[in-house]
Write a protein that binds this ligand. Sequence first.
Ligand SMILES: Cc1cc2nc3c(=O)[nH]c(=O)nc-3n(C[C@H](O)[C@H](O)[C@H](O)COP(=O)(O)OP(=O)(O)OC[C@H]3O[C@@H](n4cnc5c(N)ncnc54)[C@H](O)[C@@H]3O)c2cc1C
Length: 432
Amino acid sequence: MRCNLWLGPGPEVEARDARKTHQQATRGHGTGAPGGRCNHAGPPVSQRIVSRFRLDPCRLPPEVEDLRREVRAFLDEELADFPTWRRAYTWMGSDPDFSRKMGARGWIGMTWPREYGGAERSSFDRYVVLEEMLAAGAPVAAHWIADRQTGPLLLKYGTEEQRQRILPGICRGEIYFCIGMSEPDSGSDLASVRTRAERTDTGWRINGTKLWTSGAAQSHYMIALVRTSAAERKHQGLSQLLIPLQDTPGLTIRPIRDLAGNAHFCEVTFEDVEVGEDAVIGAEGDGWGQVMAELAYERSGPERYLSCQPLLSTFARELGSDAGPRQRAGIGRQVAHLATLRQMTLSLAGLLERGEDPALEASVTKDLGGVFEQDLPGLVQSLIEAEPRADAGATDLQELLAHLMQNAPSFSLRGGTREVLRGIIARGLGLR
Ligand SMILES: Cc1cc2nc3c(=O)[nH]c(=O)nc-3n(C[C@H](O)[C@H](O)[C@H](O)COP(=O)(O)OP(=O)(O)OC[C@H]3O[C@@H](n4cnc5c(N)ncnc54)[C@H](O)[C@@H]3O)c2cc1C
């Protein structure tokens, strides 16, 4: 049954002219840009916040509703027998068959040029597909990173050969990527990465370790941030390398089991791993700036507040007309938050559509979305007093609760921690 809570179509699109580019304000999964400045003089804080923040109201064009109907029909059919507990994982749950089916529909790489397998559709079309997939808890993880950030990265910085070789396979839902940023001693302070690549006669030799790499065991490639030269400042001398992961000599992928018993992220070690000259993405030494641009894609999407949507939908459905005043008020409050977060991510889709870099706005949205989705399982439990259970006698709601309560602590870590995001936001607003 379709969720009554899902907000469905938004109002019409209202594209706005871009305002002046805001101060670039991110540093890694980590801290704010080196150029951030303390600015205690000048206009009051509230005025400064309003003037720097560019989340203009943005509405979906009515024509996307045909696509929404098509996606819902697809999901009804494909997920008819999908186990409820798997809906708790959605963009962390991998199913290559499902990804291939999405690829066949043209729903991966939707905005990319046709010459690379894309469909040249709008960011709003893509947004509708994403939100419907997430609301249903569809298993989209296999292609998620490639679609969300690898494709845009290669379109911006990749060589023609890299694009031709990789993008069509991503669009078909057949080539998967993982993000090789974090390391054992480099997460928030990403610029301190120690994995290094040294020049050889034929390309590069890589040594080091990447940690918490989501989906590495299922991926075909990693885009790794590595040190390619010694530099005075730690943000310099970094490059992004495209590294094949399957059957690569010297490369070991070790899945790491998390609190819920899943092993979706991995430790990846490189011992004299050789890659060709053509492995560099963009310019050698420009890795830091490129990674910054990539993070806006990583932090801006509806996955940053919809991870628990199947729980909220199931909660409302199971209560039905029996919901008491406290439960109604609780659900209403969450729906109001959802509507606001949806507006924010839609505005971000609009900024990305216009080719802008919404690093600051993406950080705010990820932080607010993370708080919302992290709190939701506990809130639902307190409203219904359901015990989280995953045994044979558990209800759908109990099962979803059991999985999401164990996964929720990670929501404020993945993609950059809450504390670090708030530092970035403060810096971006000129408060720090
Ligand atoms: C589910 C999940 C999936 C992930 N997937 C990937 C992936 O695919 N690829 C990848 O590269 N990484 C991935 N990560 C790693 C993630 O990006 C890092 O865990 C995160 O950036 C934090 O780094 P860390 O673990 O080294 O913690 P640390 O950086 O050591 O931070 C520890 C604590 O100190 C706080 N802290 C650190 N610096 C500051 C500061 N300057 N100011 C205030 N507080 C600070 C942090 O907020 C945190 O609470 C994933 C993590 C999770 C949980």
